[in-house]
Write a protein that binds this ligand. Structure first.
Ligand SMILES: *Cc1c(COP(=O)(O)O)cnc(C)c1O
Length: 391
């Protein structure tokens, strides 16, 4: 933590930097959420706003826990012991779902695609024909650790054709990539407050289709959890009471963050910035980890040979005050990551991070090209945004 100093420039793929209005909201509101009926009305309106921004007609619930709580709650609520569940994976979060499904009694079958590419819907379709039937499938929209965004529109169609309900991790994509829950036939879509939303870390959202609501209501076995039980939320509004005390300040801040989310234009803006970031690294001679379906919220770059991530991270942090992401699990010390989502979607911030990277690499004796990284980036960005002077 930095005290009495310039705050860090947080360019990690979550948590992202909060807008001053969002930060300010954390200190603005005091009430008793259990007794104040206005709060109930506010909460419901916020949930409806999130559904709307996901292009979903079903309900959204907000859980008082990090993104992971949403993933666990979806598995706990949608899976009954003995269910055949398809784990669709091309990365770390995809694989992680398998553990949650098993924890709640599923018999899982794993479909794993190429870890450097987007999921192939044709191969997935074939796999389901050979190994199905399945009740539920889990899938990740944006694999944040590897910087790959899967084509949920086509995957959703495949799953619908086979009558499989979907649990979708959209934690690092909601707001930064196109997401049409109804039109794509998705069933439980999960997001988090601290990624593209740029809200306070510690909240997750679950948006349900009517089919998902019916499945949860029609269970024959109880849900083996209270905190990760979505059914306790199904009638909170009619009962006029919450299942547990709501984190008032966090929710007010989340509302401010959701208000700032202009989903009609944001996905396009994320795409423009992401293309410029990727183009910069490619022009300079770096190799991107993702070979196709590159994410528009995070860019994953292979570490140049001889560069140790911890050394790079520490130098970025202590010398330049910039935080970047690294790799974990099978990507440990193989990559570095720049998050360009939500409030981080700024030419100035990205340019500053790129120039800090260049200075670090030069000091390590690793030279890519002769031009300033930020110059290359701004040039590429300006090609997309003719009227906007980027840097
Ligand atoms: C960040 C993230 C989560 C949530 O992880 P937390 O550790 O709770 O932040 C889940 N899925 C994906 C794809 C993520 O990027």
């Amino acid at each position: 933590m930095r005290k009495n100093e310039k705050p860090y420039l947080i360019m990690t793929p979550g948590p992202t930097q909060m807008h001053p209005d969002v930060l300010g909201a954390l200190s603005q509101y005091e009430t008793n959420p259990d007794l104040d009926s206005d709060f109930l009305v506010f909460y419901r309106r916020l949930c409806q706003d999130i559904s709307k921004k996901m292009n979903a007609s079903g309900p959204t619930f907000i859980l008082a826990g990090e993104g992971i709580l949403g993933l666990e709650a979806a598995c706990a609520s949608m899976i009954e012991p003995g269910d055949r569940v398809l784990t669709i994976s091309n990365g770390i979060f995809g694989r992680g779902f398998d553990d949650f499904s098993k924890m709640y009694g599923a018999q899982t079958v794993m479909y794993e695609g190429d870890l450097r590419r987007g999921l192939d819907p044709v191969k997935l379709d074939r796999f389901i024909i050979d190994h199905g039937p399945f009740k539920v499938a889990t899938v990740v929209h944006c694999e944040t650790p590897s910087g790959i965004t899967n084509d949920l529109e086509t995957i959703g169609k495949v799953l619908n054709r086979h009558g499989i309900l979907s649990i979708v991790d959209a934690v690092s994509s909601f707001g930064g990539e196109k997401l049409n829950v109804d039109a794509w036939g998705l069933d439980v879509v999960l997001s988090g407050s601290q990624k593209v939303l740029s809200g306070p870390a510690g909240l997750s959202t679950a948006t349900l289709s009517q089919r998902a609501v019916e499945r949860i209501k029609g269970r024959t076995t109880p849900i083996a959890s209270y905190y990760a039980n979505l059914s306790i939320w199904l009638d909170y509004y009619e009962k006029k009471s919450f299942p547990y005390t709501q984190p008032v300040q966090m929710l007010i801040a989340l509302d401010k963050a959701v208000e700032r989310l202009e989903v009609e234009t944001l996905a396009e803006r994320h795409k423009i910035f992401a293309e410029a970031v990727r183009g910069t690294f490619e022009q300079l001679g770096f190799e991107l980890y993702a070979l196709d379906h590159e994410s528009n919220t995070v860019t994953t770059v292979l570490l140049p040979s001889g560069v140790d991530f911890k050394t790079l991270f520490n130098q970025m942090k202590t010398v330049h005050g910039v935080l970047i992401g690294g790799g974990f699990n099978f990507l440990e010390n193989r990559i570095f990551r720049i998050g360009h989502m939500g409030e981080n979607l700024s030419a100035e911030k990205i340019a500053a991070a790129l120039d800090a990277l260049q200075a670090c690499f030069i000091s390590m004796g690793t030279v890519f090209g002769t031009r300033r990284y930020s110059e290359v980036f701004c040039e590429l960005l300006e090609q997309h945004q003719e009227n906007l002077k980027a840097c």
